[in-house]
Design a protein around this ligand. Sequence first.
Ligand SMILES: Cc1ncc(COP(=O)(O)O)c(C=O)c1O
Length: 375
Amino acid sequence: MPSNSEVSKWKYKKFLINKKNNFNKKEILQILSPNEIDEAYKTIKNWNNYSPTPLISLNKLNEKLNFNKIYYKDESKRFHLKSFKALGGAYAVEKIIKGNDKKVISTATAGNHGRSVAWGSQKNGLECKIFISEFVSESRAEVMRNFGAEVIRVKGNYEDSLNECINQSNKNNWQIVQDVAWEDYKLVPKLTMAGYSVMMKEISEQIKSEKISHVILQAGVGGMAAAMVAGIARYLDYIPQIIIVEPDSAACVLESIKTGKIEKISIEKESIMGGMSCGEVSLVPWEILRNSVHFCVTVSDDYISDIIKCLANKKFSEKKIIGGECSTPGIASLIGLSNDHEIKKKINLNEGSNVLLFGCEGDADAELYQKLLTQ
Ligand SMILES: Cc1ncc(COP(=O)(O)O)c(C=O)c1O
C-alpha cells in the first residue's frame, strides 16, 4: 500500500488544454439526439434486474486531496457483467435486430463489449460470434462462451480481430454489432453510446442538488467519454470541466485534440488497461469530443495495482470497492494533477471542487484482477 508521501509523488504523463473548446449543447445533441438518449433509458430501465449502480463518495481519498467531494460511479455492479459496457452492446443488439431472431450477431472486442453483445444475443435468442486478439485473456474468453457465444481468436491486435470480424461477417451476412464507428457504419456505435448515457441519467439523479465541477472520463476509442458528454448536455443544466484520461501508450484522443483532426497512433506497448489501449478515436465520439473536452491527460500503468488495492482495502472510501484496471486511471490522473500545483490552479481544482470519476469495471478479468491485487 503506498504511503501518503509516496502518493504525493505520483505524476501524470502528458497534459493538454483543448484550444478549440467550445461546449455546444445543441451541436452535441444533434449527434446523439435527446430521443436516442431517452429511448435507451426507457428501454434499459425495464430490463430484468435493472437498478442504478452506486455513486460512492471517495471520502478517504479526499482527506488527502482536499476537494469538496470525490464521487466514484461504481460500474462493477452493472447487472452481472461487471462493467458499463453491459449498457451498450446488449442494447444495440436488441435495437438493431428489431425482433428478427434469425440474425447471427458478430463483434470484435477487448473483452467487456463482447461480453455485453454475447449477453444481448443470448437474451434475444441469437447466435453470436466474437473475435478476439491474442491479447485478450482466456478468462475473458471463457465468460463470453458462458453467455453462449462462439469465440474466435485472431492472431495480432484488436485491429486485426476487427478486420477479421468484418471480413467473415460480410462473407456470411452476419450482423456486426461494433462499438467503433467508421464512415458508413454509425448507427450501431450510436446505439451503444445511447446505452452508456444511462450512467449520466443515474448520476444526475444521485448527485441531487450538488454540482459536478470536474469530470474525468476514460477513453479507449472515445465512445464512453462522448456518451457521458452527451449525457451532460441532456441531463445537466451546467457544464463541468471535462477531462479525458488515457493510457500514455495509447493517447489517441489527446493526439487528435492536439492537431484538431483524427490522428492514428501506433501503440508500441499495450497498456494493462486493455479496454483503453486503442490507437484511433472513433468517428462519432470524435464529433462530440473535439469541441467539448477541456483537457486531456495521460497516465502510466505504474499505479494500477496500488489503486486496485486501495479501493479493495477501503483506503479511499468507507466501502470496499472492486475496481479493475480500467477503473484506476481517473484516480491516478486526479492525484497526478493535484500534485502539480500550477496545473491544479489552471484547471480550477480546489477545495470547492466536486470531482466525478468512473469506476468503469470490476474484476471483469478475474485472473488479472487477482494478480494486480496481490502483486
Ligand atoms: C473496460 C473498458 N473498456 C473500454 C473502455 C473505453 O471505452 P471506449 O472505447 O468507448 O472509449 C473503458 C473505459 O474506461 C473501459 O473501462
